[in-house]
Every structure is written in C-alpha cells, then in structure tokens.
Ligand binder design. Structure first.
Ligand code: FAD
Ligand code: SF4
Length: 331
C-alpha cells in the first residue's frame, strides 16, 4: 500500500478566497477531483505542504449554453459532461472524449479542469518512489529516477538530451483545440482568457531550463472555466490504448473540418501542418501521410514507438473517414 504523505488541507469556499490562498501559498497544489493528484502524491511525485481543495467553489461548476457558445466550469465532472443532452448534440466529439477517460467511476470524480492541467506521463516517471529509485539517477543522491523528478537526474528515454519528453495524455484536449476553446484563468491580478492550444509548452517538466514548461500558466492562476464557441460542424475523437477502459492514451487523434490534432506523442498536442484548409474535401491518404511524417513518438510507453507511429497514419485515416460520414459523404 502506498501511504499518502502528511499535508495541510485548505478548503476555500469562494473564488476570491481561493485566489488569495493561491497567492499566499505559491507551492500549494490544487486538488479538484484528485484522480491524478492523489495517486501522484502517493507515488511521491509531488510532496506539497499545502493542498487547496477547491471542490466548494460554486463559480467553477456547471454547464451553460447560450448565444455566445458553451461555458463549462472547471469543476464540472466528466460524467456531468457526458450526460448533458446539449453537449451530446453540440459537441459529440467532446462527449466521446469524456467517455474515453479512465472508467465511469473515475469520470464521476474527474473534472474538466483537472483533465486540461493533467501532468505529463512516462513509463519511467509514473511509478512508486521505490521503483524509481531502483533506476538510479545520474548524480542524484539518493537516486530519484529521472530528470522530471530531479534536475540532477537523467532522462532514460533520451539520456544525452536535456529535455523531458513525457507525453501529454489528456483525452479532452485535442478536441477542445479544434473547437477553438479558451481557458478562463483567474488570479488576484485579474482574469484572462488563453486558447487551450496555447496552454502547453515543449517540455514535460513543470520548470525547464531553455525550454517552455509543460503548462504556460502563471503559478498563482486557477482555471475557472472552459469556453467553447458554438460549433459549426462535427469533431471526431479517436484514442489508441492497450485496453478499452482504464488505460491512458498511447495516441489521440481529433479531426474536424478545421484540421487534425495529434496527442500523447510528446509533451504537448500537435496540429498537423501543411494540409489543405478544409478536411471536408481533403485527400484522406495525403493527410494521413502528412500526420505520419510529422509524428515522432518516443519510448515513453511500453508499446513500441515504431508501432505507435504507424498507428498515426491508421487512426488519422479512420478519423477522417468517420468525419466524412458524419458530414454525409461516406468514403
Ligand atoms: C487509473 C486512471 C486512469 C486514467 N486514465 C485517463 C485517461 O485515459 N485519460 C485522461 O485524460 N486521464 C486519465 N486519468 C487521469 C484523470 O482521471 C483525468 O485526467 C481527470 O480528468 C483529472 O481531473 P481531476 O479533477 O481528478 O484532477 P486532479 O487530480 O484534481 O488535478 C489534476 C491536476 O490539475 C490541477 N488542477 C485541477 N483543477 C485545477 C484548477 N481548476 N485550476 C488549477 N489547477 C487545477 C491540479 O493541481 C493537478 O495538478 C486517469 C486516472 C487514473 C487514476
Ligand atoms: S521523458 Fe525522460 S525525463 Fe521525462 S519522465 Fe520520461 S524518463 Fe523522465
């Protein structure tokens, strides 16, 4: 059994109270549904002295649909999202993404905000402290496993590299990017909106010398909501994983008329570039080939990277065929 380390729990009841605590306790961790944070704390990946449990913040809850589009509060659970009839009609691809996270039990606790800000994953990182120590670090004493845990360690995926390539693994994000979603972020300094596409940096770590860190939000910011413009057409979500439930993705593909986004291949989702403007009249094989040539999965998963790369071509082809069918053009 992995015990949870000791910490001080804070339970703000309003957003202003939470923002003041966030500013006063910069090293605190935010706890939403806890389905990622709690296991990570048990594994010793994070050992915060202070934890801010934000479940009491009414401002972060619920789904609103109006002429401006869709607003989903950051604390809205994935179960609420997948059961919402309005989302099922307007954004079925996003609902499919919510359904593909972990298991229904975890979806009851898991929030949309926690999904957007989910830590990056790697087979050398998401392990118990004991497992990681057995790997040894380059210079770390005691050895802690790898560069993502300890700046004195090495990356076991690319030992000569200076970066962390742990994979972005949040199911809802590729679809949200294609929907043009924006994150509403609040701090004691005010509120701003940032495109979901611009939330992620090039390195899998929280702080990375010479590379942008895994999240491009300030340390005192809280994610309040996700805003989605009223969609003009369908979005398709596809996921490759070892089993049909529980497992994190090895590959995510989202497709809409606006383009194709891949994820779980590196620290941030990537848009397939160099393809025609609309996917509705695209040459499916040409887009699948472009995606294949732009995908460089590393050995962050136990499954062979060469196979994952080949699956990019297969899954992009399937996603675009599905999209064509939804648009009344079966190919
Ligand atoms: C067995 C298992 C399988 C899983 N499989 C998948 C999967 O297939 N796909 C997938 O995408 N995820 C998966 N997950 C991860 C997780 O369940 C989901 O990503 C979930 O949506 C995370 O939401 P949460 O509310 O539980 O996040 P938490 O664990 O509470 O938080 C996650 C991170 O986000 C931060 N955070 C949360 N909310 C906010 C906020 N409002 N403002 C600022 N920071 C915030 C936290 O500080 C933390 O760093 C799995 C988890 C488990 C245990
Ligand atoms: S990619 Fe390298 S540094 Fe990052 S978690 Fe994996 S082994 Fe550690």
């Amino acid at each position: 059994m992995l015990p949870l380390p000791d910490f001080d729990l804070h339970r703000p009841q309003t957003l202003p109270e939470a923002l003041r605590l966030r500013a006063a306790l910069p090293k605190a961790r935010i706890l939403a549904g806890g389905t990622d944070l709690i296991p990570s704390m048990k594994q010793g990946l994070f050992t915060p002295q202070d934890v801010l449990h934000i479940a009491g913040l009414a401002e972060l809850k619920g789904i609103t649909v109006n002429a401006d589009g869709i607003r989903v509060g950051a604390l809205t659970s994935l179960t609420e999202m997948r059961r919402d009839a309005r989302l099922a009609t307007l954004v079925p691809g996003l609902v499919a993404a919510c359904k593909s996270v972990a298991t229904p039990t975890l979806q009851n606790m898991a929030t949309l905000g926690g999904n957007l800000l989910l830590d990056t994953r790697c087979r050398f990182y998401n392990q118990s402290q004991f497992w990681r120590e057995a790997l040894g670090g380059a210079n770390a004493k005691p050895a802690t496993g790898c560069l993502k845990c300890d700046s004195a360690g090495i990356c076991h995926i690319a030992p000569k590299g200076k970066g962390c390539y742990a994979a972005h693994s949040a199911d809802t994000v590729p679809t949200l990017i294609l929907l043009g979603a924006q994150a509403e972020l609040a701090s004691v300094r005010g509120t701003r909106r940032l495109a979901v596409e611009a939330l992620y940096g090039e390195d899998g770590r929280e702080a990375a010398p010479d590379r942008s860190p895994r999240l491009l939000i300030a340390g005192d910011e809280v994610l309040v909501a996700v805003h989605i413009p009223t969609p003009t057409g369908p979005t398709v979500h596809r996921k490759v994983r070892a089993r049909a439930a529980i497992d994190y993705p090895m590959l995510l593909v989202a497709a809409s008329a606006e383009g194709v986004v891949l994820s779980s291949l590196g620290p941030r989702p990537q848009r397939v570039t160099g393809i025609q403007d609309s996917m509705l009249d695209a040459d499916i094989d040409a887009v699948a080939q472009a995606a294949f040539s732009q995908a460089f999965p590393l050995a962050t998963h136990v499954w062979a990277s060469t196979w994952r790369k080949k699956m990019v071509r297969v899954e992009v082809r399937r996603a675009l065929a599905e999209l064509a069918t939804l648009n009344g053009d079966p190919r």
